[in-house]
Design a protein around this ligand. Structure first.
Ligand code: AMP
Length: 283
């Protein structure tokens, strides 16, 4: 595995590879790698000649200092995992490599960024937009892989690449879960064993909502029964539970005419913020 931290050096190397007609797959991460990241990496390896993985905890997308400083950082074991997974290139820049000057640009994604995560994490997507824009320029991949666990992020990155003509195919990869249904996340490493069990009720609530949709229950009744279910779980502090149109993430009042629906949830366990969603195709 070749390792880079300086953007220009990586860009030059990738230009050489592209001159030899190699295709590049790119998997951006913040490290503390788990099976969810590995499923993105596997897909990239299947579909491209070479795979680049980046590890960078992007300060611009954190609106809470504590959350940023407590974010797990496990570079040495991450490198071992990437070596074992036959990743070709690791890009692990320092903060100074990425931001020698504080960027004055910020990305405004419009209404799709003002709901769900955007509503509760002010400035989050503006920071994600800047870092992903930079990373796509640095790595100029043919394909870039994002987890559908972060559904809103995936849709916004797709918008970024279409609106700004990035020559990249943005590909969404299904959420990987543990045996209790809990979506894998680097943040799970900070949960206690009791917290891990409590956190698995997040997925249980999503499945209950899915069943209610199959029974054609109204949005209002699903909202209230699932919210009550989450409130009944001691140790879980739900932040939002929303049913939205999966195309634009706007809240819905009925799903009669809808093709694709997403059920999205965020909450705290052990003081750690977790998110999850279920995507449902209705027609
Ligand atoms: P992160 O390191 O948390 O920024 O995640 C890097 C990428 O991995 C993002 O595109 C995430 O959506 C994706 N990812 C994180 N957790 C999972 C998961 N459980 N299943 C699939 N993809 C995931």
């Amino acid at each position: 595995m070749r390792e880079f931290s300086v953007p220009e050096l990586l860009s030059n190397y990738i230009s050489e590879l592209k001159a030899h007609r190699k295709t590049i797959g790119f998997v951006p991460t913040m490290g503390a790698l788990h099976e969810g990241h590995l499923s993105l990496i596997r897909k990239s390896k299947e579909e491209n000649d070479l795979t680049v993985v980046s590890i960078f905890v992007n300060p611009l997308q954190f609106n809470n200092e504590g959350d940023l400083s407590k974010y797990p950082r496990t570079m040495e074991s991450d490198k071992n995992i990437l070596e074992k997974s036959d990743v070709d290139i690791l890009f692990a820049p320092s903060e100074n490599d990425m931001y020698p000057l504080k960027p004055s640009i910020s990305v405004d994604f419009g209404s799709m960024a003002n709901v769900l995560e955007g509503k509760f994490r002010e400035g989050h997507f503006a920071g994600v937009g800047v870092v992903v824009g930079k990373l796509l320029h640095i790595t100029s991949p043919d394909r870039a892989y994002f987890g559908l666990k972060d559904l809103q992020q995936f849709l916004l990155i797709k918008k970024l690449s279409t609106d700004l003509n990035f020559p990249v195919k943005v590909i969404g990869v299904d959420t990987v879960r543990d045996e209790n249904g809990l979506a894998l996340s680097s943040r799970n490493a900070r949960l206690t064993s009791e917290g891990l069990l409590i956190a698995s009720s997040i997925y249980a609530g999503l499945k209950k909502a899915e069943n209610k949709i199959k029974e054609k229950a109204s949005i209002e009744s699903i909202q209230s029964s699932i919210t009550n279910f989450y409130k009944s779980i001691s140790g879980l502090d739900m932040e939002y539970f929303e049913l939205v149109d999966a195309n634009n993430l706007q809240p819905i009042t009925t799903y009669d005419e809808l093709d694709e629906l997403a059920i999205c949830v965020a909450g705290y366990v052990d003081g750690i913020r977790l998110i999850d969603n279920l995507y449902l195709r209705l027609k």
